[in-house]
Design a protein around this ligand. Structure first.
Ligand code: PBG
Length: 324
């Protein structure tokens, strides 16, 4: 006697019925790059079919998101001027602050999340304030909190600190509450690894460090128990959603987090993961749509209910086609 597993694979109706993990339009957050200047829609060479938009051209991507059914974005800004302390990151009329107001104006139901970090705004490209060639944790916290507050003031629904300073979630929660933004939520990049998979993003966001690397603040790829400690602390400090990043090379981290914490888990399917699929598809080596769907399904199956991906528009359109 043996069990006939194939009975439940007989046709698509029964396969659809017994499927344990399915992708849904509500699962996805689209990373959106906004750039200072006018009349700009510039393709990002490292991220096929993704663009940097100036605030006055946001209508185009808003229309596409509405059409595809994308309901949420995470914003990254490319400022005109950088300085030592990344002052454009918390300027009231900074690029992200203006983009938030414009997006809320064009598409009020859009859920606007902001990446809270300094690397796109500092002249040295590091995610914090530099003293003696080191990123100073505690001084950086004041800046990170100020940035988050300026995003909330501009109308952000959620802030997502990606700097990996210790204590940042608590510092952000504190300043938001003090200023009456108790309903602005925090999605913490809790287990953010020091990854070579961020390469294409750093080109897209012009945020590569000018000296050294990010190993003294982002996590070592060999560690998983430490990731649980990072998550534990972020939850204790007030995070509403925890994140693992990158996604594909860290599916085990997502699974451990899912089993250990009863919190919503997000995963960032980062630029390098996206670029590899695109490059292989362009070389005629794989079927792009099938591989992208399989990749995103694996991230969800590992335990992430929320996925940040450059495929958000495509996948929402594909889901719509399949449901026709
Ligand atoms: C900012 C930030 C980075 C990414 C998201 N936020 C880059 C980095 O840490 O160097 C990477 C996203 C991606 O690769 O898609 N700190």
């Amino acid at each position: 006697m043996f069990r006939r597993h194939r009975r439940l694979r007989k046709n698509s109706v029964i396969r659809d019925m017994v499927r344990e993990t399915s992708l849904n339009k509500n699962d996805f957050i689209y990373p959106l790059f906004v750039i200072d200047g006018n009349d700009i829609k510039q393709e990002i060479p490292s991220l096929d079919n993704n663009y940097q938009y100036s605030v006055d051209r946001l209508q185009e991507i808003v229309d596409e998101m509405k059409d595809a059914g994308v309901k949420s974005v995470i914003l990254f800004g490319l400022p005109e001027h950088k300085d030592e302390v990344g002052s454009q990151a918390y300027a009231e009329d900074g690029i992200v602050q203006r983009a938030i107001r414009k997006l809320k104006d064009l598409y009020p139901e859009l859920f606007v999340i902001t990446d809270v970090c300094m690397c796109e705004y500092t002249s040295h490209g590091h995610c914090g304030i530099i003293h003696d060639h080191e990123v100073d944790n505690d001084e950086t916290l004041e800046y990170i909190a100020k940035i988050a507050l300026s995003h909330a003031e501009a109308g952000a629904d959620m802030v997502a600190p990606s700097d990996m300073m210790d204590g940042r979630v608590g510092a952000i929660r504190h300043i938001l509450d003090e200023n009456g933004y108790k309903d602005v939520s925090i999605m913490a990049y809790s287990a953010k690894y020091c990854s070579a998979f961020y390469g294409p993003f750093r080109e897209a966001a012009n945020s590569a460090p000018k000296f050294g690397n990010r190993k003294s603040y982002q996590m070592d790829p060999g560690n998983i128990r430490e990731a649980m400690l990072e998550i534990e602390d972020d939850i204790a400090e007030g995070a509403d959603i925890i994140m693992v990043k990158p996604a594909l090379p860290y599916l085990d981290v997502i699974r451990w987090a899912r089993d250990k914490f009863d919190f919503p888990i997000a995963a960032y399917n980062v630029s390098g993961e996206f670029a590899m699929v695109k490059a292989a598809a362009k070389a005629g080596l794989i079927d792009e749509k099938a591989v992208a769907e399989e990749m995103l399904t694996s991230i969800k199956r590992a335990g992430a209910g929320i996925i940040i991906t450059y495929y958000a528009l495509d996948i929402c359109r594909w889901i719509r086609e399949e449901n026709k």
